[in-house]
Design a binder for this molecule. Structure first.
Ligand code: HEC
Length: 464
């Protein structure tokens, strides 16, 4: 290209960029102002910059491509404080949301939750002390969760539920029941994370009763999975309460979990445990539409040191029954198929009689990311579709058809509200405490009435 031409081109490019930036505004929020006011004003593509300070709010973002960005000045970042009275820190249903640079603490439900949002980015946040999940993308595709520090969560610190094509990379999670959990998800890369001092470091699960019937292909690579030995402090009714403590990684019926290059040390029950729906941790009735076994797992080259030195909970009972004293690096219970271990002779195993040696050249290194090259385009939805998606992206965070994750199974409440969807809407907007042994349900009153009515109708028709 000659010089004149290239000058013209770059001039044109400059103009195009300029036009874009005229459309995308930046809104500044100062300490003492409300962030939600700025979200209300924001349009598609806008960036909201939040100055350091303390903000006592729950934020809802239902617009597309909005960036919510904390401004960090000399180490001070904006603090969202739930004061143990508010339910959620940030709820986002708009596609393409970016949430970064916040400290979020002391919420009764979740720190950051995306609900049915695709193309999400959640990075460089500190989340402390939430009762349900810390960072929780639910029912979305194409996302990134990176460089967050999450602690003191009564369930999973980072929980990716029913999502596809997500990278969970370079996060630190500790003092939580689970460090990182992927659930009924596909094509997830979990790399470079530090999961330590949880009850269980990493979990990939296929939870029965959810509408997504498979969990498949999780690469767990180059993570530090260390010292996950604290007592399990999940609320007694929750499915997470059934997890045995002292486990580095727990694979619950999920297929194609591939471990490579991890350092897995000092987890007192075992390094990695593979369990099916019929064995360990299964407080749930099996789901007839699901394959209950963890298949096609690959434990490639990892560093296992000092695991299993003092097995606890169900793992202790299981090993004792088999006459084994020390927990193994890899423990398998149940009947998974086509599972393999590389360099088997270097590690300790139990229950892996049916496993084979992986081919020496098997590796995951050719996979750099599972995010998509292009963002998923958004489609307009009918009211009926919005009702279904609200169930999938909001309610299934805590409810399944037949099991207890956090709240009671839908099957158990259908009779109460049969033919009365309006009554159900009233409950969802203003729940009252009814179920012994369960926590409170956070009001979902931020959702529009017409969508809630469709959600209620959808739930009343729901089948296994
Ligand atoms: C953060 C967790 C959570 C979320 C999200 C949630 N629920 Fe609940 N839900 C609960 C808990 C906990 C209870 C039990 C509360 C109690 O003691 O009554 C409950 C109870 C219920 C009940 C039982 C009411 C009754 O009369 O017995 C229904 C129905 C229900 N939820 C529907 C929904 C719907 C619909 C949604 C989505 C719009 C939803 N929930 C979202 C946790 C949640």
């Amino acid at each position: 290209m000659n010089t004149t031409k290239s000058v013209i081109y770059s001039f044109m490019l400059f103009n195009i960029l300029n036009i874009c930036s005229i459309n995308a505004a930046e809104i500044l929020v100062n300490d003492g102002e409300l962030i939600q006011d700025a979200i209300r004003k924001a349009g598609k593509g806008d960036t909201i910059k939040v100055m350091p300070g303390t903000y006592k709010e729950t934020l809802y973002i239902d617009k597309e491509n909005v960036t919510l960005s904390g401004v960090i000045i000399k180490g001070r970042r904006p603090l969202l404080d739930g004061e143990n009275t508010r339910n959620d820190g940030i709820l986002a249903s708009g596609h393409g949301v970016v949430i970064e640079n916040f400290q979020i603490q002391h919420y009764k439900a979740n720190g950051i939750m995306t609900q049915g949002a695709n193309n999400f980015i959640i990075r460089n946040n500190i989340v402390i002390g939430t009762s349900v999940y810390g960072i929780f993308p639910q029912f979305g595709k194409n996302g990134l969760v990176s460089h967050n520090i999450v602690s003191k969560v009564e369930d999973a610190a980072i929980y990716v539920g029913m999502c596809d094509n997500v990278d969970i990379v370079y996060n630190e999670t500790y003092n939580s029941v689970m460090g990182i959990e992927t659930e009924n998800s596909h094509d997830v890369l979990v790399e470079g994370n530090f999961m330590h001092d949880n009850a269980v470091g990493f979990v990939a699960s296929l939870v029965p009763g959810l509408p997504i019937k498979t969990a498949k292909n999780t690469i767990v690579r180059n993570n530090f999975i260390v010292n996950n030995n604290i007592d399990n402090f999940a609320p007694p009714g929750a499915i997470a309460a059934g997890l045995p403590s002292g486990v580095g990684a727990f694979i619950f019926a999920a297929d194609e979990a591939r471990f490579e290059g991890n350092i897995i040390t000092n987890n007192v029950s075992a390094g990695i445990v593979f369990a099916d729906h019929a064995s360990l941790g299964a407080s749930a009735p099996p789901d007839p539409a699901m394959d209950p076994r963890p298949d096609k797992a690959q434990v490639l080259k990892n560093v296992f040191v000092n695991n299993g030195l003092g097995p606890k909970d169900d793992i202790a009972a299981l090993l004792e029954a088999a006459g084994i004293k020390k927990g193994p690096d890899v423990l398998s219970t149940g009947k998974g198929r086509k599972n393999c271990i590389q360099e088997r002779s270097t590690i300790t195993e139990a229950g892996t009689e049916r496993w084979s040696e992986c081919d020496a050249d098997v590796t995951t290194v050719n996979v750099r990311s599972y995010r998509l090259e292009k963002p998923i385009e958004s489609k307009a939805l009918t009211l009926e579709q919005k009702g279904r998606i609200t169930y999938l992206s909001v309610c299934t965070g805590c409810h399944t058809y037949a099991t207890t994750i956090i709240g009671p199974p839908i099957a158990a409440v259908q009779a109460t509200y049969k033919g009365k969807p309006e009554e159900l809407v009233k409950y969802i907007k203003k729940p009252v405490k009814k179920w012994p042994g369960y926590p409170e349900m956070p009001p979902q009153d931020y959702l529009p009435d017409d969508v809630l009515l469709e959600t209620a109708k959808y739930i009343l028709e729901l089948k296994p």
